[in-house]
Ligand binder design. Sequence first.
Ligand SMILES: NC(=O)c1ccc[n+]([C@@H]2O[C@H](COP(=O)([O-])OP(=O)(O)OC[C@H]3O[C@@H](n4cnc5c(N)ncnc54)[C@H](OP(=O)(O)O)[C@@H]3O)[C@@H](O)[C@H]2O)c1
Length: 274
Amino acid sequence: MNKSQNFMNWNNPGIALITGASSGIGASYARLLSAQGFETILVARRKERLEDLARELEHNTSNKAAVVVADLSKLEDINSVTEKIKGLNNIDVLVNNAGFGTRGYLENLPLNAIKEMMFVHNIAPVFFSRAVLPGMIKQNRGVIINVSSMRAFMARPQDVMYGSTKNFLNRFSEILQLELHDTKVKIQAVCPGYTRTEIFNGKYLKDFDVSSIPEEMWMSVDEVVELSLNACQNKEVVFIPGDANQKFIELYTNPKLGKRTRENMTKMKIIPRK
Ligand SMILES: NC(=O)c1ccc[n+]([C@@H]2O[C@H](COP(=O)([O-])OP(=O)(O)OC[C@H]3O[C@@H](n4cnc5c(N)ncnc54)[C@H](OP(=O)(O)O)[C@@H]3O)[C@@H](O)[C@H]2O)c1
């Protein structure tokens, strides 16, 4: 793919800033966007992982890759990344991807997990979007991808923080896109289903039995990211990658036909209250 053949068919692709680029879905966005001619800025906590990826990208694509070590569960780090973004005038793509899982009843979840999740899933994406928008509006081009989840659609016990912070991202994206109706700036809330990554080893996601998920329900990070980027020229803001996932959410959210599915899913694998 040469420099004008990127997912938006832009001339002279600028910078793509990706949070949570040290593994999984974020690393895949970084690889694809770098291969499409974008300079990348890779944000996460694990410095070594980011530096390895930056070296790999620069070696494979000759496009610059910079590393920003930041803990997005901390307001001071969110502020410092926000300031960095404000100092750059050619961010074409912002991928708010950093995230982690929690599982459990609200009263049993550690307060830190709750606070960290709201900062990483919500405060950081809102602050970073606000910081890139003046440049994007001025250039009349840009894409903000908020990595949400299929769980944004589902009301399930023990998913109270993950489901509701992802639900926020969907609504935030929809309203933000409405605000940008007179520009060519595109907002996408991408809602993956089960995707093979390290997220299931997370410290707040104990007891999650990955083997209980049938093989056919899994997607790879590259499938998710390719579908997400390809859908950025479509009108829809909330995008579910994968036909099976789309059909499932269509059924789940259907007021009549989805009633049984919704009821069954609220009863699945409930861990007893402590
Ligand atoms: N995998 C799935 O099945 C699935 C499904 C739906 C949605 N998602 C969403 O996809 C996104 C990416 O997750 P993944 O599945 O690719 O998992 P992953 O491999 O664990 O990646 C998560 C990324 O987020 C970063 N991150 C987490 N906490 C952070 C913090 N406090 N500050 C900065 N960066 C932080 C991690 O980097 P460091 O640890 O280096 O900081 C890592 O790069 C998440 O938003 C997740 O909710 C995943």
